[in-house]
Design a protein around this ligand. Structure first.
Ligand code: SF4
Length: 398
């Protein structure tokens, strides 16, 4: 058995359990029908209000702190540059992705608006209040806004409404908008409509690096509706409609794929004119993969570095070399050049849609979305000298 087969098998999700009918489809929240009052902070000890997009959206804890609607402090960073808005419904996301805290199987355990997602709580905030705060700020901290769709029959229509309401008040030239799409419910016409309404970048959360892992973690393997083929169709629609550098894909590293698998996909995306946004697998509490190990840091750092070289430094995947376990052993550039790029530190920052600092610096910094602050995977800020020493140790480049 090769290392690859071993790691693929060992990253097997749990099987989703049976959900009692009285807990399906947000029934508990709809039966209680508590009227929302302003901002709702996830709290499992009180009844979850009946909140629904487009009137309500959820946002990351970092975005809520930056917006000023919740208190709190973040380790070594004071704000996020991306306002991530997540559509919300009592029925929640109807998909069942194995690594995701929002997945459908959790309806037995936790109401949708109370579920943790990429390691943090997502407060629910009235959309109008959110737009008011940003519109009234002469110098808003956000470099970008992102609407994250979920798998829900209302998601396509409500994304359009949120985008329209936002662009009615806020110039998309000043704060560009990204769409994190849900291809399963979308058509090419939906992609065109979002582009026509002023969306700047369109991304597809492939998440899995190979069709097999996709199927196992977010398709038939976990009774989830997604299909690799449909995701690629919408990605190709985005390529035609949004154009080069204005579309991309999310990839989670460490779900059983090899380093070569991920980097071949990164190159394929670059050749299409797209960017890749990487996430380090973290066992999200309550998900079907919460019993599995986080991605080893050395694997993650190698993939981060190689992806940065392919995506922003025109190094080609074919010039890199891999060992028998498909791990990167040569990045395809001279050692001195490699040392310089490692020392710049940008390769190890959170990857995502760009903000106003530089093309290769993401607005979307997702503080501690894929690791605890004690062992940072994606740096939500510029790594300092100590951080770079840690990174070099993890890369085994001294
Ligand atoms: S579609 Fe997105 S939000 Fe829904 S379960 Fe999958 S990863 Fe989570």
């Amino acid at each position: 058995m090769s290392c690859y087969e071993h790691s693929t098998k060992s990253m097997e999700p749990r099987t989703p359990g049976v959900i009692p009918i009285e807990l399906k489809n947000g029934a508990r929240v709809k039966a209680n029908d508590v009227a929302p009052q302003g901002v709702y902070r996830p709290d499992y000890n009180i009844l979850t209000p009946n909140m629904r997009s487009p009137e309500y959206v959820q946002m990351s804890t970092a975005a809520a702190i930056t917006l000023g609607v919740t208190g709190g402090r973040m380790h070594r960073t004071s704000c996020t540059r991306c306002l991530n808005l997540l559509l919300t419904y009592p029925e929640g996301c109807r998909a069942n992705c194995a690594y995701c805290g929002l997945a459908r199987h959790r309806e037995a355990e936790r109401d949708y608006a109370d579920r943790n997602f990429i390691r943090v709580d997502w407060p629910a905030v009235p959309l109008e209040q959110t737009i008011d705060i940003v519109a009234q700020d002469a110098n808003p901290p956000f470099h970008r806004m992102c609407i994250s769709m979920i798998t829900h029959p209302r998601s396509d229509e409500d994304t359009v409404t949120v985008l329209k309401k936002w662009t009615d008040r806020i110039d998309p030239g000043a704060i560009p908008v990204s769409i994190l799409s849900n291809p399963t419910t979308m058509t090419r016409e939906d992609v065109k409509r979002l582009h026509g309404l002023g969306a700047d970048i369109f991304t597809v959360a492939l998440d899995a690096a190979t069709p097999e892992i996709f199927d196992r973690t977010r398709g038939k393997g976990v009774q989830s509706p997604h299909a690799w083929k449909k995701y690629w169709e919408i990605l190709m629609d985005a390529r035609d409609i949004f154009g080069p550098q204005k579309f991309g894909a999310h990839i989670i590293v460490g779900m059983g794929e090899t380093e070569r698998d991920v980097l071949a996909l990164v190159q394929q995306l670059v050749d299409l004119g797209a960017h890749s946004h990487l996430f380090c697998f973290f066992p999200e509490k309550g998900s079907l993969m919460d019993h599995l190990p986080a991605t080893p840091r050395e694997q993650w750092r190698r993939v981060q570095l190689a992806r940065y070289l392919i995506d922003y430094r025109e190094v080609r995947f074919e010039s890199m070399r891999f060992d028998q376990s498909a791990r990167v052993v040569d990045y395809g550039i001279p050692e001195s050049e490699l040392q310089t790029i490692v020392g710049e530190g940008i390769a190890f920052r959170t990857s995502g849609c760009p903000g106003k600092f530089a093309d290769d610096i993401s607005a979307c910094d997702r503080p501690y979305g894929d690791s605890p602050p004690s062992n940072i995977a994606s740096y939500p800020f510029q790594p300092n000298g100590n951080d770079l020493r840690t990174i070099r140790r993890q890369l085994k480049i001294v």
